[in-house]
Ligand binder design. Structure first.
Ligand code: SF4
Ligand code: SF4
Length: 184
């Protein structure tokens, strides 16, 4: 199987340093607004600071994959004397909660590492975090070409499951038209 080189982008999270300022949520929502910076709504952010003030808990979690079904069971973690529900750490856009969903449309949100235009030296949330909670790292890995293709297929299939093939095709056509108008 053919191998391709892939840059693996990572944000290391030093959760103990997080003070819950939510600057990361603010910049993420602004950067991903359409047009950019036209609105700031942390509910649209692809990073969410999980907060439980009674337990003195706050730490950032990045939006991951969409899942059509919630977990059947949930484990409890105890770390440094604090109790965490498994959902605290979960990155999924899942039917059991509102987290990582676009508030108006309900569309799943996923962190894209700010791979957008204009290209960023570091993701916006990393730049905004003044407490060094978020540290950006890159490394190169060789992966099977087929695996990269599979990742894309899984993403597209989850959107078809959620919105139906017809709606998805309509949306892609609209986006293509918009793209053509912008570039002409
Ligand atoms: S910007 Fe940094 S310190 Fe502030 S909430 Fe986000 S991760 Fe925590
Ligand atoms: S890396 Fe970019 S898209 Fe991901 S959470 Fe941070 S600001 Fe949002």
């Amino acid at each position: 199987m053919a191998k391709i080189k892939k840059i693996i982008k990572t944000i290391r999270v030093d959760a103990d340093k997080c003070n819950g300022c939510r600057a990361c949520e603010v910049v993420c929502s602004g950067f991903h607004a359409d047009p950019k910076w036209s609105s700031i709504n942390p509910a649209r952010s692809r990073i969410q600071v999980i907060t439980d003030r009674m337990k003195d808990i706050w730490f950032p979690v990045f939006a991951g994959e969409y899942t059509p079904a919630e977990c059947a069971g949930r484990n409890i973690y105890e770390i440094d004397g604090k109790e965490y529900d498994e959902c605290h750490f979960c990155r999924a856009s899942c039917p059991s909660r509102d987290l990582f969903k676009e508030p108006d449309s309900g569309l799943p949100l996923k962190c894209d590492m700010c791979e957008d235009d204009p290209p960023q030296e570091e993701p916006l949330c990393v730049q905004a975090c003044l407490n060094d909670v978020l540290v950006y790292e890159e490394r190169e890995e060789e992966v099977d070409e087929e695996v990269a293709q599979e990742e894309m297929e899984i993403g597209i299939k989850s959107l078809i499951d959620e919105y139906g093939l017809e709606n998805l095709v309509d949306t892609v056509s609209r986006l293509l038209q918009k793209e053509e108008q912008t570039s002409s």
